[in-house]
Design a protein around this ligand. Structure first.
Ligand code: CP
Ligand code: NVA
Length: 330
């Protein structure tokens, strides 16, 4: 398997074998890290980390992973560079690839990260766009595989806004790897028809399936993995909160929902999550709309079934695998 020089923009661009290879490599790096075995085989290289939206996990994962691989990293925060305002994406790409060996981009439209990749001569990694969050998917699949010891044939149900990065990307990765994906939401929150059709083609090969439904009980019955995400994503205007709360409240992940799932079922959330009032936004929403929790109950979030912190840790191991493979460390 040789992924050297490849961009990592969406998992649509990767085969099942390539995705499994990245998961295996991540598992290997995870073991090395736990055992204290150094793996700084990319000494002398440098990566640029562009964040036009905020981050805790993705930024830290890229920085720690780069450091573990022996690389330097430069963080460009939202607002602290010329990107987009004084300098085009095309020019930025051509400047950065003269200095760096790889470029991570987190921001808005998928077309931006694609433009960056078009003009860059070094690998570009998508650290989240409005449409896709591919590094998150590797972490999710690694977490699922660690728990169930397999991926194929498992039933994953995503409740909430399935039109956005997390919902779209879960549908892509499940259909590539042969999981049964269900998006459970009001119809207007289903992923777009073109992407669904594309994923249905992947399913023909992988034997996965895609179900889009509004019916919660039928969807969650026997599920192996229950997933959700915030109801309002970064970059969306505050005005959308009221409608989202009204539309998506029935799809909140509660203990009743987890009880419909299989006895060994797990709960995943990419994080950050509004499961209590210990956040500024959580408090504001509570004052305005009277909700004390949003997409997931505090009870489920803190339950034994919740593997959200393993999932968060796995961001680092999987991002390390993506950088190592595309920079030719393996
Ligand atoms: N899950 C995730 O991407 O988290 P951050 O926004 O903190 O990077
Ligand atoms: N859908 C969320 C994911 C955060 C990691 C967002 O885009 O804000």
């Amino acid at each position: 398997m040789n992924l050297k020089g490849r961009d990592f923009l969406t998992l649509k661009d990767f085969t099942k074998e390539e995705i499994i290879y990245l998961l295996d490599l991540a598992a290997e790096y995870k073991q090395k890290k736990k055992k204290g075995v150094l793996h700084d085989t990319l000494r002398g290289k440098n990566v640029a980390l562009i964040f036009e939206k905020t981050s805790t996990r993705t930024r830290c994962a890229f920085e720690v992973a780069a450091n573990d691989l022996g690389m330097g990293s430069t963080y460009l925060d939202p607002g602290a560079s010329q990107i987009g305002k004084k300098e085009s994406i095309a020019d930025t790409a051509q400047v950065l690839c003269r200095m760096f060996d790889g470029i991570e981009y987190r921001g808005y439209g998928q077309e931006i990260v694609e433009e960056l990749a078009k003009y860059s001569t070094v690998p570009v990694w998508n650290g989240l766009t409005n449409e896709y969050h591919p590094t998150q998917m590797l972490a999710d699949m690694l977490t699922i595989r660690e728990h169930f010891k397999k991926l194929e044939g498992l039933k994953l149900v995503y409740l909430g806004d399935a039109r956005y990065n997390t919902g779209n990307s879960l549908m892509v990765v499940c259909s590539k790897l042969g999981l049964h994906f269900t998006a459970c939401a009001p119809k207007e929150y289903f992923p777009n028809a073109k992407l669904v059709a594309q994923c249905e083609e992947y399913c023909e090969e992988s034997k996965g399936t895609i179900t889009l439904t509004e019916k919660i009980t039928a969807a969650c019955k026997g599920a192996d993995i229950i997933c959700t995400d915030v109801w309002v994503s970064m970059g969306e205007p505050d005005e959308v909160w009221e409608k989202r709360i009204n539309d998506l409240s029935p799809y909140k992940v509660t203990t009743e929902i987890m009880n419909l799932a299989s006895p060994n079922a797990i709960f995943l959330h990419c994080l950050p999550s509004f499961h209590d009032l210990n956040t500024e936004i959580g408090k504001t929403i509570a004052e305005k709309y009277g909700l004390t929790e949003m997409e997931v109950s505090d009870e489920v979030f803190k339950s034994k079934a919740s593997l959200v912190f393993d999932e968060a840790e796995n961001r680092m191991h999987t991002i390390k695998a993506v950088m190592a493979a595309t920079l030719g460390a393996v």
